[in-house]
Design a protein around this ligand. Structure first.
Ligand code: C2E
Ligand code: CA
Ligand code: CA
Length: 398
């Protein structure tokens, strides 16, 4: 991937000059420089908008660690590359700190910097996340319109079989219609629905629309499997499995075709009520997926307690397998765990052919990600079903 403008921050003028040359040789359009974090922040606050920030960690005024915090506070949208002479464990810890604060770290390189290491990191970097309408705060009136008056729309993202490269099913992702052609990201609306006790209604309303579409979708002659996200709060409601089964069945969809996804983030907090609800979901015929796996620190015993059928590796791990040893270890451990428990394993956030091949090589069953398909509005998804996904570079079709 190519960058238009990089901001290089290092207190050593010789290193700055050398690195500037290397960045330009690697295809970066232009390079601006700052001597320390404070100067860099002043330039950013003054309107400089680099799409790549290259920084040292050990600098006299406002070191790299403080700079990372300040960048996170400003929601810096560009990519960040750390180049430092510190021990690898220190560099990796800072990179993890940055990731935890949602900065977009593309890698870390230990000095001395080589052209190979630099081009490697720059070329491996993944495209910027594409969002629908951004993350504007939720409007309460729109939430009500979504639940009651048809402003809630499912987009469908293909789940692709990693052996054959063919569509195996889809995940329904909620979108809120702001105008006829503009859709808001669901996250603020889901949080608002959760805090105002409307999340069950939202999920049921979405499920009705999902069923309406999906009953007409087929993959290779069979009814298409679909996944729906469930809030952990709904697990506290005993009649929720009946309600969601009814919402789907009214519109002609059987629970046997549906997998419900619950996040692992709060699995450690799930008690007997949640276990009871999940068990009832399985009895009704739903599949049950543990979503965002790796974010919740649950161990194998905890996982074994719940009747899951699928494990979905969180996209932060997928995205960082090539830049972060911890992410790679988390992915490999999750695969072993899923196999031991007999769960289907899905990886989300696949953005490059390299990621696909690495994950397919680990024996992951299904993949989801922008490489294969974005979440699509129903008419676009129907077209995708007819056309199939574009061949993955280097994958022979079975
Ligand atoms: P999630 O369940 O983890 O869904 C995956 C998210 O990753 C989706 O974001 C999807 O658009 C995005 N994504 C898919 N492939 C890629 C990729 O290759 N790269 C990157 N960077 N991102 C990718 P989305 O649609 O914005 O949804 C965000 C979250 O909102 C979902 O995360 C889910 O937790 C929640 N959500 C969405 N719809 C519903 C719903 O109906 N009910 C509930 N309770 N939560 C929902
Ligand atoms: Ca999900
Ligand atoms: Ca997820």
């Amino acid at each position: 991937m190519t960058y238009g403008l990089a901001l290089l921050i290092d207190d050593d003028p010789v290193f700055r000059a050398l690195t500037e040359d290397m960045l330009l040789d690697a295809g970066v359009g232009a390079v601006e420089m700052a001597e320390n974090g404070l100067e860099a922040l002043a330039r950013l606050d003054g309107g400089l908008a680099p799409d790549l920030l290259v920084c040292d960690l050990n600098m006299p005024a406002h070191d790299g660690v403080s700079l990372i915090r300040s960048l996170a506070e400003r929601n810096f949208p560009g990519k960040v590359l750390i180049i430092s002479g510190e021990a690898s464990a220190v560099i990796e810890a800072v990179a993890n700190l940055a990731r935890m604060q949602n900065l977009n770290i593309i890698g870390s390189i230990r000095k001395p910097l080589s052209m190979d290491a630099l081009t490697d990191v720059l070329n491996r970097a993944v495209p910027v996340q594409k969002r629908y309408g951004g993350f504007a705060p939720a409007q309460p009136a729109l939430l009500d319109a979504a639940i009651d008056r048809g402003a809630l729309h499912p987009f469908f993202q293909a789940k692709v079989c990693m052996k054959t490269g063919r569509i195996a099913g889809a995940e329904a992702l909620a979108r809120i219609a702001v105008t006829q052609n503009e859709f808001a990201n669901p996250v603020p609306y889901i949080e608002l629905a959760e805090s105002t006790n409307k999340i069950d209604e939202l999920t049921l309303s979405l499920s009705r629309v999902v069923a309406h579409h999906v009953k007409r979708y087929f993959v290779h002659g069979n009814p298409m499997p679909v996944s729906i996200n469930i809030s952990p709060l709904s697990l506290a409601r005993r009649d929720f499995p009946d309600q969601i089964a009814a919402a789907l069945e009214t519109n002609g969809l059987s629970p046997a075709q549906v997998t419900l996804e619950v996040t692992e983030t709060r699995l450690m907090e799930y008690g007997p009520d949640a276990l009871e609800t999940m068990t009832r979901m399985r009895i009704k015929g739903f599949g049950l997926s543990v979503d965002d796996f790796g974010t919740g620190y649950s161990n194998i015993d905890r996982l074994r307690m719940f009747p899951f059928t699928e494990l979905k590796i969180d996209q932060t791990f997928t995205r960082n397998v090539f830049t972060d040893n911890f992410a790679r270890a988390a992915v490999e451990t999750s695969v072993r765990l899923a196999k031991e428990l007999g769960l289907k394993i899905v990886a989300e956030g696949i953005e490059t052919p390299e990621m696909w091949h690495y994950l397919a090589g680990l024996g992951i069953d299904e993949g989801q990600g922008y490489l294969m398909a974005y979440p699509l509005a129903p008419p676009d998804f129907v077209e995708l079903l007819a056309r199939g996904i574009a061949p993955i570079q280097g994958l022979k079709r079975a």
